[in-house]
Design a protein around this ligand. Structure first.
Ligand code: ADP
Ligand code: MG
Length: 330
């Protein structure tokens, strides 16, 4: 492992799109700016701890809203594919986050540049995920409209628990990020980076070597893990809805974990302690980072991030060492 001693340590943080657009809100632009402002409060703590910062945000609710706009305007404006919709969210969310970060830095008299970078992520067209698209995206449709879309547009759709029909797309594992060199230069230069938004714009390389957009969604946790490796980050932070990882989560014998050695994390993955749709990809992405770099992953929620950075909360996934049970969750 080679360390770059000229720069401050780098932290990459991944968080869900629902941090900036929650189901319980109306979803107005004002609300989204307010939530972005709130996010800057915990984001800036990472900088105060001495790290250079790279941010990977999710975009589930945001890209869903754009797909609703596409559908509602279908008789007036030609539709755009999912990869283009993802690119749009990188723009709109990158703007809101960058704008509010700038205001936070001004308030704290922190001199830092910010760059939101449109990021394409390469997937394999042969990934088995494409044979069985399973990730529902966008609006709910009537059976009538769904039939039309399946027949005329070749969409794959499923009936979603009595609420209507939804498009399903593949969720392939990302292979690599395009433009890593420029992202690295920005971070080494002290710029706060926003990249890989929504898991990145999915592209694949065709037989001629040309990159083509593809209708798919990429898990932002996997992309953040790749970015953390590309940037040679010292810390990878996965922000979610729980303060820590638990063993036997939701069961009477549940135990919150402070330190989770990577070998034990792999055992827990194998014994289905982390469901595929939620904690599973976060732990897998973490294991891949720790095994590739020897550095740590912190998993916690926004409320506990500051304390976790001081090692008083959160779960740290580490290369070796002992399993450590947390004594308290606050
Ligand atoms: P995000 O929106 O951040 O992607 P998810 O809901 O997809 O969050 O995944 C995080 C959720 O995983 C937690 O809120 C928790 O309910 C659930 N979870 C499943 N297994 C565990 C576990 N072993 N420890 C902690 N949380 C777990
Ligand atoms: Mg999730």
């Amino acid at each position: 492992m080679t360390e770059n001693n000229d720069r401050r340590p780098v932290a990459v943080i991944a968080f869900g799109g629902n941090a900036l657009l929650r189901p319980q809100d109306h979803g107005t632009q004002e609300e989204q700016f307010t939530l972005a402002w709130k996010a800057t409060r915990w984001l800036v703590e990472i900088i105060h701890r001495g790290y250079e910062l790279a941010i990977v945000h999710g975009n589930g609710p945001q890209v869903g809203n754009i797909m609703i706009q596409v559908e509602e305007a279908i008789t007036k404006i030609p539709p755009q594919s999912l990869d283009v919709c993802v690119a749009q969210t990188q723009g709109s969310m990158g703007y809101m986050l960058a704008n509010q970060l700038r205001n936070r830095f001004n308030e704290e008299q922190l001199e830092k540049d910010i760059a939101a970078v449109l990021t394409e992520v390469v997937v394999d067209r042969e990934d088995p995920a494409f044979e069985n698209p399973s990730k529902p995206v966008g609006p709910y449709f009537t059976a009538y409209r769904a039939n039309l879309l399946m027949q005329e547009e070749g969409w794959q759709m499923i009936e979603d628990s009595g609420r209507g029909w939804r498009k399903v797309v593949a969720s392939p594992k990302p292979k690599r990020l395009l433009g890593s060199r420029v992202l690295t230069r920005l971070v080494e230069d002290g710029t706060v980076l926003i990249a890989g938004g929504g898991g990145g714009v999915p592209v694949y390389q065709d037989v001629g070597g040309y990159y083509r957009g593809v209708e798919a969604v990429i898990d932002k946790d996997y992309v953040a893990s790749i970015l953390a490796r590309d940037l040679k980050a010292e810390l990878f932070i996965v922000l979610t809805q729980v303060p820590m990882i638990a063993e036997n989560y939701g069961r009477p014998n549940q135990r919150w974990l402070r330190t989770l050695p990577v070998a034990k994390a792999k055992e827990m993955l194998a014994s289905n302690q982390f469901p595929p749709g939620s904690m599973g990809p976060k732990v897998t992405a973490s294991v891949e980072f720790v095994e590739a770099t020897g550095h740590e992953v912190l998993i916690t929620d926004a409320e506990h991030l500051k304390k976790a950075l001081a090692r008083e909360s959160g779960t740290f996934i580490v290369a070796d060492g002992e399993l450590e049970i947390a004594q308290r969750t606050d």
